[in-house]
Design a binder for this molecule. Structure first.
Ligand code: ASP
Length: 586
């Protein structure tokens, strides 16, 4: 037997027992003639001691040890002289009687402890060492617990877990496909699923009624902190279901997870806010509602004076930052620089201080009377001591910019508390999005999303105005999931493809199997997918999904540990009937 106990298990009750432990050497200390070893495994750390009177060969054994050696120790549990209340095993230590090295270790490239000295790249290259660290491992334990809680809940609601293939035909979800060449069909390719969207719809045609899967999805897009080229969805579909059925079921799942995993009881119904309202009030389709600072459209109040910037703007918006009238010149300049950053793209920032003494001071005082400024304060419900921040320009852009500024202000004011959770549903998304560059419509969610029945006539006259039965779950400004009621009728589906610029032949070639399936009795159906990685990182209080993935890719989509992607041999290329033609260096 390698061990009688784990390194997290021994307590004062075990004193006097003879035990065997196995694990990694976390730390070695020599004090006087004594040697102390911290022995670590997944479950904890136990202190081992070697007395100076120990036999010579045992001493020699211990002398040969280094950090991260894997050892097996037999010894007797002793009560510690100086107890360590911070450790679960801090009341005891093991008096070493024999010790065997099971596996030596090179000096690790960084320290295996919570505050490691290892930089990001190094930790990713040696991810198996990084995963030995408690902080990292705990995220993956949380992930495992959450997966189990999800399965329990969905099983209790009659969902059938069904695996779908990874080698498929492309499913458009708005990203580029990863493709896999086929040896048996030279010149042809599979696509890796951006999601199992069409397959789960086919399972509804198949009469499965309720499907779910915790499933890998693949999207070849530019990466950010909350994006990976492969990521995991909790993917679901329900038959004979309307929007409300999906929202209720998945609000239930969300509440169950908060209760089961975090012990948080979310008793209130999640607010359901239409997309248009989210944009008007928060400038975002994933609003953070942990704090207020809502938008106030003050366009009418500020125009027809001498300030041309506002006069010519389509939209002027203000937010009220409470108790911030004391912001210094320097702080205001920093905010101006923030909105002027290229990623945000505003041309400038106007402010108005409603001072404690009731006076007003703005950066555009030249153009406005005290009465004007007062009317702005009133429109924003400002109190003495508050600060108004004002942006102007083209409406959609300005909304987005103010959305970013609102988040930045809340960050500065400490209003984005990681332990407060405020979920909401954003509903009634537009069906289509117009793209100026390519001069065509794109599906805002995906092409299988149903228009609102009352908007169907608009598909012919004003498609941009059509709203969809599509919804997102948002928690603390993070889009956790999204879904929609589906089209289940081949005629309407064909019309949708046409709107998206597919010729009937292209639609047939790409989606024929789905439209055909709809001809054999398709039930009305609707579904949703949650981003599992994001959900876990939210629960873990982390900003990046990388920390909740065992083997993540870096920002260039590389696995730096395995060194992938990497070239393949000429034989493989020949077999696949492929030739590499690299773009010429610029
Ligand atoms: N397939 C969709 C997505 O990946 C989710 C859904 O509509 O159910 O976003």
């Amino acid at each position: 037997m390698y061990r009688t106990h784990t390194c997290g298990e021994l307590r004062i009750d075990h004193v006097g027992n003879e035990v065997t432990l196995s694990g990694w050497v976390q730390r070695l200390r020599r004090l006087g003639g004594m040697t102390f070893i911290d022995l670590r495994d997944r479950y904890g750390i136990t202190q081992l001691v070697l007395d100076e009177k120990a036999p010579g060969d045992l001493k020699k054994n211990v002398d040969g040890l280094g950090r991260e050696f894997v050892i097996q120790v037999k010894g007797v549990v002793l009560e510690r002289q100086s107890k360590n209340p911070k450790m679960d095993t801090g009341d005891v230590e093991i008096d070493i009687r024999s010790l065997k090295t099971l596996s030596p270790s090179l000096v690790p490239p960084f320290t295996i402890q919570t505050d490691t000295d290892g930089g990001d790249e190094l930790r990713m290259k040696y991810r198996y060492l990084d995963l030995r660290r408690k902080v990292v491992r705990e995220n993956l334990v949380l992930r495992s617990k959450m997966a189990i809680a999800i399965r329990n809940y969905l099983d209790s609601q009659n969902f059938i877990e069904t695996e779908t293939p990874v080698l498929i035909k492309s499913t458009p979800e708005g990203a580029r496909d990863f493709v896999v060449p086929s040896r048996m069909s030279p010149g042809e390719f599979y696509a890796l699923p951006q999601s199992p969207q069409q397959l789960k719809q086919l399972l509804m045609v198949a009469g499965f009624d309720r499907y779910y899967q915790i499933v890998k999805c693949f999207r070849d897009e530019d990466l950010r902190a909350d994006r990976q080229p492969e990521f995991t969805q909790i993917d679901c579909e329900m038959s004979f279901a309307e929007q409300a059925d999906v929202l209720n079921t998945f609000e239930g799942l969300t509440k169950h997870l908060f209760k089961a995993i975090k012990g948080i009881e979310l008793t209130e119904e999640f607010p359901r806010i239409p997309y248009a309202e989210a944009m008007e009030k928060y400038g975002s389709d994933k609003p953070d509602i942990r704090f207020g600072m809502l938008f106030n459209d003050i366009t009418k109040l500020v125009q027809n004076r001498d300030f041309n910037v506002f006069n010519t703007a389509e939209y002027v918006v203000a937010v009220c930052a409470e108790n911030c009238a004391g912001y210094s010149r320097k702080q205001l300049d920093a905010l101006t620089n923030f909105v002027k950053k290229p990623q945000i793209g505003a041309r400038g920032l106007v402010y108005m201080k409603y001072n404690e003494d009731g006076s007003y001071k703005s950066s555009v005082d030249k153009f406005y009377t005290e009465e004007d400024l007062k009317s702005w304060a009133e429109a924003c419900n400002a109190k003495p001591g508050d600060l108004l921040l004002i942006l102007s320009g083209e409406k959609e852009k300005t909304q987005n910019q103010m959305g970013e500024l609102r988040l930045e202000m809340a960050r500065q004011l400490g209003l984005r508390d990681k332990n407060t959770f405020k979920p909401l549903w954003v509903v009634d998304f537009p069906l289509l999005e117009w793209d100026e560059e390519t001069q065509r419509f794109y599906a805002m969610h995906h092409p299988f999303t149903s228009p609102k029945p009352e908007d169907i006539p608009l598909l012919d006259t004003d498609p941009g105005k059509v709203n969809a039965n599509a919804y997102d779950l948002v928690i603390n400004g993070v889009e956790i999931g999204g879904g929609s009621v589906r089209i289940f009728e081949s005629g309407l589906q064909a019309k949708m493809f046409k709107l998206l610029g597919f010729t009937p032949e292209q639609a047939e070639a790409q989606f024929g199997f789905l439209m055909n399936a709809f001809k054999y009795g398709a039930p009305p159906h609707a579904g949703i997918a949650f981003g599992f990685d994001r959900l876990v990182s939210l629960f873990a209080g982390l900003d990046s999904i990388r920390d909740v993935i065992a083997f993540p890719k870096n920002n260039s989509g590389r696995d730096v540990m395995m060194d992938a992607p990497s070239p393949v041999s000429d034989e493989q290329l020949t077999e696949l009937a492929l030739q590499i033609k690299l773009p010429e260096a610029k």
